[in-house]
Design a protein around this ligand. Structure first.
Ligand SMILES: [Zn+2]
Length: 61
């Protein structure tokens, strides 16, 4: 199938006006204070939602 009508440059560009990426939201980790994404485990200490979820640092090394 082909498009019935040619889409105008303005219509294409108007649609793509919403495609810009938003900056990543950061909040402070409650345990170590480093910036982290909300609802995600902290990359520094592995802490999220009341407990340590990720093994970070000293266990492997
Ligand atoms: Zn942390």
């Amino acid at each position: 199938m082909l498009p019935v009508k040619k889409m105008s440059k303005t219509r294409t560009r108007t649609r793509r006006a919403h495609h810009a990426l938003q900056p990543v939201n950061l909040c402070a980790c409650p345990k170590c204070g480093k910036p982290k994404r909300p609802h995600a485990a902290c990359g520094v200490c592995g802490y999220a939602s009341g407990k340590v979820l990720l093994p970070v640092g000293d266990k492997e090394a």
